[in-house]
Design a protein around this ligand. Structure first.
Ligand code: SF4
Ligand code: MG
Length: 322
């Protein structure tokens, strides 16, 4: 099937006093209708900037999409007018973030948060909009929606607030939901409930979901496919099964090792040594080389290409050349 959204050669840069920072550096990503795609990497790998680029919400200046295309149903979102983008945002493509309080307006009732979005895109009167809000609150599993609709976000728990966020995002029945670390701020039990809810919405409504997270554990259960990003580039991509059972890139292997496991006693959780490079001082060659235990001479001078290992499974590493 034709992709719902196709990102081609995306480069999003930030201009700073000390030069140009390539936060997203030539990325190709597609997502099919109704698919759940995971975008995984540590913080600072360009995942959020990539998703903000899709929404055309990169703060500009200093950020700017300098190259590439974002094809959505025959339109290139990089080049459509801001007016057109406003019609797409919320209605066709919606986004939720890690911390609901930064996206929810504290002076609006829960119902009004939802109605605001809907009334931007649909001609509903006040009463219809409120009924729709109650319906959405019910859909996302909020108990007593008729009462909660008139309450305020700060009266809710973190998990319930995230549900209101999701209700708001889903209110116009978008084709694509971009979720940036939607459960990171929540405790483990609530996190599982929110992931279940998102899975259920994907199944029931057919909404495609782009799930952005640093936690491979989160995407393991949910996603059909996984894209692993490192330092502004894709380093591995494949079906969830291929990525988890047969990871090929040393970075992906490190991420898998860092996921806490219930079935093995662990004194100390593994973490990949070192840090994500500052994009202002990007390493020559493979960007993962300074942290990679397999690094060879050529890794420090030449950037490997993304190569196809199996149908739909690609990885960017000189080890595949040996
Ligand atoms: Fe490690 Fe070299 Fe592969 Fe980079 S190219 S991940 S440094 S082995
Ligand atoms: Mg982020």
């Amino acid at each position: 099937a034709e992709p719902l959204l196709e990102i081609k050669g995306l480069q999003t840069h930030f201009e700073t006093d000390s030069g140009r920072v390539p936060a997203v550096d030539g990325v190709d990503i597609y997502i099919r209708k109704g698919e759940v795609l995971g975008i995984v990497g540590e913080s600072g790998c360009g995942k959020s900037v990539m998703s903000l680029s899709v929404m055309r919400l990169v703060p500009s200046p200093p950020g700017r999409i300098v190259n590439g295309a974002i094809q959505y149903k025959g339109e290139d979102l990089v080049h459509v007018s801001e007016k057109r983008m406003q019609q797409i945002r919320g209605n066709e493509i919606a986004m939720i973030f890690q911390e609901p309080m930064t996206s929810l307006n504290p002076v609006f009732t829960n119902g009004n948060q939802i109605s605001e979005t809907v009334r931007l895109h649909r001609s509903l009167n006040r009463k219809e909009a409120k009924l729709h809000a109650i319906e959405m609150l019910r859909k996302v599993g909020i108990p007593r929606p008729e009462a909660i609709v008139d309450e305020y976000p700060h009266q809710l728990s973190g998990g319930m607030r995230q549900r209101v966020m999701i209700a708001m995002a889903m209110a116009c029945d978008p084709e694509l939901l971009i979720a940036d670390e939607p459960t990171t701020a929540l405790d483990v039990t609530i996190q599982a409930q929110i992931l279940d809810l998102m899975k259920q919405l994907n199944r029931d409504l057919g909404t495609a979901i782009m799930m952005i997270t640093h936690d491979l554990g989160v995407v393991a259960e949910m996603c059909d496919r996984i894209v692993v990003m490192y330092a502004g580039k894709i380093v591995e991509e494949g079906s969830t099964r291929a990525i988890l059972k047969n990871p090929q890139h040393p970075y992906t292997r490190g991420l898998i090792q860092s996921v806490p496991r219930m079935d093995v006693a662990q004194d100390k959780l593994y973490s990949i040594p070192g840090n994500v490079p500052n994009p202002r001082f990007m390493p020559e060659g493979c960007r993962f080389a300074p942290r990679c235990e397999h690094a060879m001479d050529r890794c420090h001078t030449e950037m490997p290409a993304l190569v196809t290992l199996d149908a739909g499974h690609q990885s960017r590493c000189w080890l595949h050349d040996l």
